[in-house]
Design a protein around this ligand. Structure first.
Ligand code: PEP
Ligand code: MG
Length: 898
């Protein structure tokens, strides 16, 4: 078995198809090398070795790869004409992680590996640049000491021992910047750093390059199970057993003088999807300098530079003097880079995110990958590539991550409200969208208020969790490719970066702009599409969907075989969903209508009634309200099918539990407080989810079913008389026995018939049931003898199959997920293995009886892409989900059919 794959010099052992084995980065390095892109030579240790390491440990794993690694190093030496650990011409290496998906900044990297007191002489001789050599050496000790030898403090608020030494020296030398250090200073730092390592770890800093290499390789493997990586995996749902590959590569230097530099570029705009080459670079810098956002990077293209200067309010003279584009500064290198970006996008047929370094006038491409992008950019790029005939229709559809469409459907600032907005500063439009919230300065505070804006000088991977929780992110430093910008775009979160006018003081928890002070808790708003930072709250409104979005939806409907309906309880929700393309309503929860102030009273009167007569009286009051609700919904859906479910929740949810409200109720209904209290006590259940709810209500109080059936049928008739077509489907909830169903069906049919006779008019309607109790799935063939349709209520079905209370699972599910006892939350992603069997059985048995039985799903899973795929496989007629998930389900349904 091959454990080490080499690349470089326009050859490679691997290729881009081997992402699972070589990681995304390794596979792409191999592929690039194959197609003639100049990548620094190196090799990839496979992800399988990471898994072997996790099982066997260091001492058993190193012998497995030692020979292959030694050979691969000899190859690099040959290509670069250098030698590992040499005092004449030393080979220096970078060691990086590389999982099969990109996890920016989540794992560790070591650069300049191979430096020691001998090799440094070689570097000095070769570069004739003592300063550069010693600076690289001290950076190496800092990184290696931090990553491999555990010098980095566990708690990020604790002082980093290396930074302490640097600060100390700066104080002593009365200087402010790293660049002001003399060669002697840097030499002193190297020795002080080594001392610090010895003191803290009891070990000498390793001088043998081979020891250094093995240490770094193992540290990368360990970082796969570090906190940051684990959290990232959790929020993205990536399993722990994927492992990371290790990429070892010859170092190339962007900090060898003014003919060197480093940068990041994108073949298209990652924020908007616009087809323009763009990116940022820094002259005389190493890769981290761009991403860390410490210096303000310059734009690669002239166009980008001009756009940037306008936003940053910099004059053309200043721009040319201080921030010229690469296109202007190094036209030949730019032309070469432009050629590679075209080659790479054509080759991968997708937007690429590339890193490059220029070492003394020679361009090297360090990596390329499919670029992270916002939801809007995802749609535009896929549709543009379709139009450019790079992709066919199916491929374009498969490029869409349905969940990411969510970002496009969320509010933007109301243009009218924006007119009066007080813009306090500008930054870079790093990730589009609108966010309003209260300022917090620490990631840990991101959930302190309901809506928070995380304000930082710059962000680091430690802030990830807080960035996830905040509504928006604002940084004072850093460019469009800073950590904050890249991560925010990946999350689809509004972000403004590099707002230089902000002065942030973490101690006093304040942000000062132009002398005005903002405190923790103050409201601000961010426009991630323009970079404007606005004081106070700004009203938002629904987004306008782009032409490409519409094209995508049309394309999805061309391939989808399942229909997508919506769960909607009000005419307003129904019309929102119609606009998103819902093809019917799969679930109207009638109880939600009873919670409005004027209705809850009649509902309570009905519940408190001690006789059938009393109950009927109260139901009579509810009837016209329900009827008009249904009329509104039918009207919004204009002839599309509408499934209305009879009352489902336990009655105690409707009665007041506080003394004051109980008193009010007693007065209103002219009954004693004791009567109210005893009724409330009587309704109390130990296990309401398994109690008196669903069709058990209708079977014990048939007059409720009668009233609801009447409201539905009369509403349909009223609309028919107005010339509006309706397709009511009346749904009986929580059926577990055939008789429960039959009894309820009888009530509905009798009610309908009596109305038809009385009004001498008729409407078509159907009656069906939810399959949400395991027993109903088992007896589906019998139930289908009576029911016209099935709708899987997978919320309850999951609850009852797992035996996890929907209301209490929050106490243990997070722990189960963390421990890996469950891979996914079964209330979110349909459990195919268990619950899925019941869905399969229910569908098959139902259709044994009635081959054309209409089957759908209306649990939360109906809008979750992988569950939608499963429903497609089951041969369902439709899925039904909340209005905002309708476009997601439409794309997921199309993808399932491809
Ligand atoms: C279900 O149980 O899946 C369902 C849709 O009904 P509810 O969530 O209202 O119980
Ligand atoms: Mg249910």
């Amino acid at each position: 078995k091959t454990r080490v794959y080499r690349f470089g010099d326009k050859k490679a052992d691997g290729n881009s198809k081997m992402k699972n084995l070589l990681g995304g980065k390794g596979a792409n390095l191999a592929e690039m090398s194959r197609i003639g892109i100049p990548v620094p030579p190196g090799f990839t240790i496979t992800t399988e070795v990471c898994t072997e390491y996790n099982e066997l440990g260091k001492s058993k794993v190193i012998p497995l790869i030692k020979h292959e690694v030694e050979e691969a190093i000899r190859d690099i030496e040959k290509t670069m004409k250098t030698k590992f650990g040499d005092n004449e011409n030393p080979l220096l290496l970078s060691v990086r992680s590389g999982a099969r998906v990109s996890m920016p900044g989540m794992m560790d990297t070591v650069l300049n590996l191979g430096l020691n007191d001998v090799a440094i002489e070689g570097v000095i001789r070769k570069t004739k640049n003592e300063r550069f050599a010693w600076d690289s050496y001290r950076r190496f000790i800092q990184m290696y000491g931090g990553v491999v030898m555990g010098m980095k403090p566990e708690n990020k608020d604790d002082e980093d021992p290396f930074e302490e030494i640097i600060e100390h020296l700066k104080e002593k030398r009365k200087i402010k910047l790293d660049t002001e250090f003399t060669v002697q200073d840097l030499q002193d730092l190297v020795y002080d750093f080594k001392d610090a390592v010895k003191k803290k770890t009891g070990k000498n800093f390793p001088t043998d390059p081979w020891d250094q290499l093995w240490g770094a390789v193992i540290a990368v493997f360990n970082s796969w199970n570090g906190n940051r990586a684990m959290y990232y995996r959790k929020i993205h749902g990536y399993p722990a057993d994927w492992g990371t590959a290790v990429n070892v590569q010859a170092m190339v230097f962007g900090n060898m003088g003014t003919d060197s530099g480093t940068g990041v570029c994108f073949t298209r705009d990652a924020g908007t999807g616009e087809n323009v080459f763009n990116g940022e670079y820094l002259i005389n810098a190493q890769g981290e300098d761009v991403v860390a956002g410490v210096r303000t990077p310059q734009q690669i293209t002239r166009l980008g530079s001009e756009r940037w200067a306008e936003l940053a309010q910099i004059t053309e003279e200043e721009r040319i003097a201080s921030y010229p584009s690469l296109e202007e500064l190094m036209p030949e290198i730019f032309a070469e880079l432009d050629g590679y970006q075209r080659t790479l996008e054509d080759h991968y047929r997708d937007m690429q995110d590339m890193e490059f370094t220029i070492q003394q006038g020679k361009l090297w491409i360090l990596q390329t990958r499919n670029g992270k992008r916002t939801g809007a950019a995802m749609v535009k790029i896929a549709m543009d590539l379709l139009e450019e005939k790079v992709l066919n229709e199916k491929e374009a559809l498969m490029r869409i991550d349905p969940n990411k469409l969510d970002e496009l459907l969320h509010p933007i600032f109301d243009p009218n409200a924006l007119k009066d907005a007080e813009i306090i500063a500008h930054g870079l439009p790093a990730s589009p969208g609108a966010a309003t919230g209260q300022i917090v300065f620490f990631a840990e505070d991101a959930s302190k208020y309901k809506y928070t804006i995380l304000v930082r000088t710059e962000t680091s991977p430690e802030d990830l969790e807080g960035m996830h929780l905040a509504k928006g992110i604002l940084t004072a430093r850093g460019g469009m490719t800073s950590h904050a910008a890249v991560v925010a775009r990946g999350m689809g979160k509004c972000c403004i970066s590099g707002a230089g006018a902000l002065k942030i003081n973490y101690k006093s928890r304040t942000m000062t702009v132009d002398g005005k002070v903002f405190h923790d808790g103050d409201w601000i708003s961010l426009n991630g599409s323009t970079g404007n930072i606005i004081e106070g709250k700004v009203a938002t409104r629904e987004p306008e969907l782009s032409g490409e979005f519409g094209e995508l939806m049309t394309l999805a409907d061309k391939f989808a075989t399942m229909k997508v309906r919506t769960n909607a309880d009000t005419p307003k929700d129904a019309s929102v969903a119609r606009n998103f393309g819902a093809q019917g309503i799969g679930l109207t929860r009638t109880e939600h209508m009873f919670f409005e102030v004027d209705r809850i009273k009649a509902m309570r009167e009905m519940i408190l009634a001690t006789t059938v007569k009393g109950r009927k009286h109260a139901l009579k009051e509810l009837l016209p309200m329900q009827r008009s609700d249904f009329e509104g919904i039918f009207e919004a859906m204009q002839g599309l099918p509408v499934t209305i479910r009879l009352l489902d929740p336990p009655l105690h949810e409707f009665v007041p539990h506080q003394l004051a409200t109980q008193k009010e109720l007693a007065e209103e209904l002219h009954i004693s407080l004791d009567a109210v209290k005893s009724k409330v006590a009587e309704l109390d259940e130990f296990n309401p989810m398994l109690g008196h709810r669903g069709c058990r209500l209708g079977n014990t109080y048939p007059e409720i079913t009668e009233m609801q059936a009447r409201a539905i049928i009369e509403a349909a008739l009223n609309l028919k008389e107005k010339g509006i077509e309706t397709h009511p489907e009346i749904m009986i909830p929580l059926v577990g026995t055939v008789n429960e169903y039959v009894e309820q069906e009888k009530v509905i049919r009798e009610t309908a018939e009596s109305i038809f006779t009385k009004r001498k008019n008729k409407v078509n309607y159907s009656i069906g049931t939810m399959i949400e109790i395991p027993r109903a799935a088992l007896l589906a063939d019998k139930i289908a003898e009576h029911a016209d349709f099935f709708s899987f209520g997978t919320n309850d079905l999951t609850q009852m199959t797992f035996g996890y209370s929907r209301d209490d699972a929050g106490k243990f599910l997070p722990i189960y997920l963390k421990k890996g006892i469950l891979k996914e939350d079964p209330f979110e992603v349909l459990d195919r293995e268990g619950v899925g069997q019941l869905v399969k059985m229910g569908t098959e048995r139902g259709r044994q009886t009635k081959p054309h039985l209409k089957v759908g799903i209306c649990g939360e899973h109906g809008g979750e892409p992988s569950s939608v795929e499963f429903c497609h496989q089951m041969g369902m007629n439709y899925v039904s989900c909340s209005p905002f998930r309708v476009p997601i389900a439409r794309v997921a349904a199309a993808q399932a059919a491809i």
